[in-house]
Design a protein. Structure first.
Length: 486
């Protein structure tokens, strides 16, 4: 375990290639959720700081120091940035653990490699982004150009702070935009750390700016700033709706990655060993603070008792503990406020008629920190609030079903549409159900895998637009048609 003091984490705003104080020296307290103790104060960006950052990003964009750079040089810088993240894996994973409460092993083995992969994948794109010639009627030579949009405001949540930040930066930068990034107030440290790496990699000043601060202050200033061309947001559906309304004024481009309540379906003809093994990881990984968590487990009736038993055993087996301990599978929830919210949902479920078959309350980890037991609720119906609202914690609702038609109607009976999983050995049924489910990602005989090359995003109230893959970079471009009379 690396002591926090040894990590020399920057805690000031990163604007125009320099670390700077927030206006008036404003700062806010940053809490370690595993201890409830302060990790120290972090610069609290205000509207004035956002304005400074947007001006720096605008100046860098207009100077053409980034989009005007040879595509192969941009590729090289993005790879260099990825190299530096890789070289700082231990420090970044430790910072992430102090800030979020997640297990250090997970941060190191999952969050860091995913971040590096996102950068490397998009590093390949500057040299491949291109328009096309279009055959048209008449004496014209007509072609399209893919151009960067301009200054992008990016706002990310606290569940995968580094990965979310890098996953947003990579395609925006690959397409030639400049960025103002605002990390979540609960977890600002790894994003701020990136400033040093961006300088070391050799990005021109102002191409990336990172402003820590509160959502309703710094975040609000970013989404309403008249000189921001696009907002790329990951967070709750409620904030996403608010951003959509606010963007109307200047018709900012927006892309939204929002909440989920994903169905995870086990059919009677599934490969039981694999399906049962997948239940726990699909919901309890990262303390259940995962937008694609398989939080509604639908089980075909003959298997219901067996699946309930497997879920309870998985919950009991997941060791909750010190995020730096090697055998810890579930760390602390991100904040006391979030802990209370999760606990209220479990109590609500019971008051709605559900039964707690595993967990259901605080996990005692030396009497400190915001730890919650992996929890399984039985006797849940899909119309209960615990099955309709996103809990964003380690709480699984298990629901039996009769047949394919019923489970499809239950799975789709939600305002969300982010992900879904299904287990069956019947190929026809697998693809039929995958097609009928209204969700941006469907896993067949798998759950929760991600890759920067594969489009990711939500149907319905889970979002707007797609990240990752070719669609992910297209979202950061404007498409221009050029007509030439011959
Ligand atoms: P949140 O919406 O409260 O906050 C997310 C970010 O928005 C934070 O940086 C916050 O500071 C900022 N913010 C809050 N109010 C704002 C405002 N008025 N203007 C501008 N910015 C504002 O969400 P949260 O509770 O912190 O995060 C959890 C949510 O994120 C869950 O709903 C989860 O499903 C979702 N999420 C979605 C994905 C995805 O890819 N679809 C990934 C991770 C998390």
């Amino acid at each position: 375990m690396i002591p926090f003091e040894k990590l020399t984490a920057p805690t000031r705003l990163y604007i125009n290639g320099e670390y700077q104080d927030a206006a008036g020296g404003a700062r806010f307290d940053n809490i370690n959720p595993a201890t409830g103790q302060s990790l120290g104060e972090v610069a609290k960006g205000s509207a004035a700081d956002i304005d400074r950052a947007v001006k720096a990003a605008r100046a860098a964009f207009e100077a053409d120091s980034w989009a005007g750079m040879a595509a192969s040089d941009r590729e090289r810088l993005l790879h260099r940035f990825a190299d530096l993240i890789e070289q700082n894996t231990d420090a970044l994973a430790a910072l992430e653990t102090y800030d979020t409460g997640k297990p250090f092993g997970d941060a190191r083995k999952i969050d860091l490699p995913l971040s590096v992969q996102a950068l490397r994948y998009y590093a390949g794109w500057p040299t491949k982004l291109r328009g096309e010639t279009v055959p048209v009627r008449g004496p014209f030579h007509t072609y399209t150009l893919r151009e960067p949009i301009g200054v992008i405001g990016q706002i990310v949540p606290w569940n995968f702070p580094l990965f979310m930040a890098v996953m947003k930066l990579a395609p925006a930068l690959a397409a030639g935009n400049t960025v103002v990034l605002k990390p979540a107030e609960q977890t600002p440290l790894t994003a701020l750390y990136l400033g040093n790496l961006i300088n070391q990699a050799g990005f021109p000043p102002g191409v990336v700016n990172i402003v820590s601060g509160i959502g309703t202050e710094a975040g609000e200033a970013l989404i309403t700033h008249p000189d921001v061309d696009k907002i790329a947001f990951t967070g709750s559906t409620r904030t996403g709706q608010h951003i959509m309304r606010q963007a109307a004024g200047t018709l900012k481009r927006i892309s939204l990655e929002l909440g989920g309540k994903s169905p995870h379906i086990i059919f009677g003809d599934a490969d039981l060993k694999s399906a049962m093994r997948a239940i726990g990881a699909a919901i309890f990984y990262n303390q259940g603070e995962v937008c694609i968590a398989g939080s509604r487990l639908f089980v075909e009736k003959p298997l219901y008792e067996q699946a309930l038993e497997a879920a309870s055993q998985a919950a009991a087996r997941m060791k909750v503990g010190d995020p730096f301990a090697e055998d810890t599978r579930v760390g602390a929830l991100v904040s006391e406020q979030h802990w209370k919210r999760v606990d209220e949902y479990v109590k609500l479920g019971v008051s709605e008629g559900a039964t707690v078959v595993a967990g259901g309350g605080p996990a005692d980890v030396g009497g400190r920190g915001f730890f919650y037991q992996p929890t399984v609720l039985a006797g849940v119906s899909n119309s209960m609030r615990v099955a309709q609202e996103e809990i964003f914690g380690p709480v699984l609702s298990v629901i039996p079903f009769e047949d394919e038609a019923e489970v499809l109607s239950l799975a789709n009976d939600t305002q969300f549409g982010l992900a879904a999983g299904l287990w069956t050995q019947n190929v026809g049924k697998a693809h039929r159900v995958a097609r009928a489910i209204k969700a941006g990602t469907v896993y067949i005989n798998a759950y929760g895998v991600l890759d920067a090359a594969v489009p990711f995003g939500g149907y319905k109230m889970s979002g707007l637009g797609r990240e990752n893959g070719e669609e992910g970079i297209a979202m950061y471009t404007e498409l221009k048609a050029v007509w030439t009379g011959l």
